[in-house]
Ligand binder design. Structure first.
Ligand SMILES: [Zn+2]
Length: 466
């Protein structure tokens, strides 16, 4: 057999479509392996392992070719699922004798590739440098195609992987001992992930109940969907090894009466929560106190002061009232242009939502006039501000009116909406933000005003610059 069939395969002389001939040859090989002596059999297997005599096809690229035993997998449901979409993998085509699969060590199911030993796994065995994995742990352990399958993860793949990790938990993470001595005196021990453990703990591959893939650290064992073994001690052990979230966190969330997701939010954005906490702490200012030493005396004085207080008096005066303001509706305009996608009205100075709503549900806010100087009524000449910012703008803004106009004129209309910000001189919030439509309207309103009355304004503006 060695002299007749094998050289033909070595030379690539078989046509892929010669099914009958190929089947016949496989039968010869199978029989040869069965009949021969132990020694001969060993030689034959080692020879066959290097010869591309197996007809295989690539699922992804639908190519066909001759492959060696170590390059192919049996076409089983589990392996087809696991390697789905992996362009590197070849499956045996046509029928293939079962005993031959076994003899040639061709995988029929998925299992980790790892060094086996009884007890400790020898990793390095050199002069002055000995290393071993304790209790069958091999740090090089890996699963064929793991990286690619994690990239192309599906629920079915995740289920297969979960079962493998459960069965081979001792290959996920373990202790490696290093010593100068062969008998491992004075060892240095280090707990470490194997290659497969590392990948499985750092990739988002575990599905939650919605079918979204999460990192192990984001998930509780209970969050895994139906069909995943999660009630056994083995499952709990694996969850711990992979760094999945612990049951105590769930209990804590229940105790605090907060949703379970909030715990992971806190873990993920610890900084945000800490900043919030600090802000909260700073807000706790001491409350003022004004206590009298002699309440009776204070009461007497208060009675006297109340009695002597001036009575409100009235006098008719004539004032000029700006009646044209009644013709425009700046509030409706501002609501229109400053409400976000979630229906919240956002303050142009502090970028926060308004502090409260009217009983009808509308946000309370203040429409502040931006430039008093404009001679016409323009809805765009108002700002949508929360009450705090309104007070800040009305009573503490140091930017003079002409400068306010100049700031708006200086910005190019074509820039991104995100950059439509003018810097005004107010004590707390210095950035006044506009939406694009509002900005265009305001700039045009100011230009219209300049056109109507260019001279004095230009002069004024020059003065404000110097
Ligand atoms: Zn505000």
């Amino acid at each position: 057999m060695l002299t007749h069939i094998i050289p033909l395969y070595e030379a690539g002389k078989f046509a892929l479509d010669n099914e009958v001939r190929n089947r016949q040859n496989l039968k010869f090989i199978q029989e040869a392996l069965l009949c021969t002596s132990y020694q001969k059999r060993h030689e034959l297997i080692s020879k066959l392992s290097k010869i591309p005599f197996i007809q295989a096809s690539n699922v992804k690229a639908s190519e066909r070719g001759w492959k060696t035993p170590s390059e192919v997998y049996s076409r089983t449901k589990e392996l087809l699922t696991w390697f789905e979409g992996n362009e590197q993998v070849w499956f045996i085509t046509g029928s293939f004798p079962k005993s031959l699969l076994n003899d040639l060590n061709i995988p029929i199911n998925l299992r980790p590739r790892a060094k086996t030993a009884t007890g400790h796994v020898v990793i390095r065995n050199e002069w002055g440098f000995n290393q071993r994995g304790l209790h069958d742990f091999d740090p090089g352990a890996n699963v064929d195609g793991l990286q690619r399958s994690l990239e192309l993860i599906t629920i079915d793949k995740a289920k297969i992987l979960w079962n493998i990790l459960l069965k081979y938990r001792y290959l996920v993470k373990g202790v490696v001992e290093t010593s100068k001595y062969k008998d491992f005196r004075n060892p240095r021990s280090e707990e470490t992930f194997s290659q497969m453990g590392q990948l499985c703990s750092k990739e988002a591959w575990l599905p939650n109940q919605n079918g979204d893939f999460c990192f192990p650290e984001e998930l509780f064992l209970n969050d895994l969907p139906e069909g995943f073994e999660k009630s056994t001690n083995e499952a709990q052990e694996l969850a711990m090894t992979l760094g999945m979230r612990k049951a105590e966190e769930l209990q804590l969330a229940d105790k605090l009466g907060i949703p379970h997701e909030l715990i992971s939010f806190i873990q993920r954005d610890r900084e945000v929560i800490l900043a919030l906490y600090q802000e909260q702490q700073q807000k706790k200012v001491p409350l003022p106190s004004s206590i009298t030493n002699d309440p009776a005396r204070r009461t007497d004085k208060a009675v006297e002061a109340a009695y002597n207080a001036a009575v409100k008096t009235y006098k008719a005066v004539s004032i000029n009232r700006r009646i044209s303001a009644g013709n425009i509706e700046p509030k409706a305009y501002l609501r229109n242009h400053h409400t976000n996608a979630e229906g919240q009205l956002i303050c142009q100075l502090c970028n926060q939502t308004m502090p409260f709503q009217f009983p009808e549900g509308e946000d309370f806010f203040v429409a502040c006039q931006y430039i008093e100087l404009l001679e016409k009524e323009h809805e765009a000449n108002y700002l949508a501000l929360c009450p705090n910012c309104a007070a800040e703008f009305q009573y503490a803004c140091q930017t003079v009116e002409d400068k306010r106009a100049e700031l708006i004129l200086d910005l190019d209309l074509t820039i991104d909406e995100a950059n439509l910000v003018v810097h005004i001189d107010t004590p707390v919030h210095q950035c006044l933000r506009f939406t694009q439509r509002h900005f265009i309207d305001l700039q045009m309103a100011i230009k219209d005003w300049l056109k109507a009355d260019p001279e004095p304004t230009k002069q004024e503006m020059d003065m404000s610059v110097t």
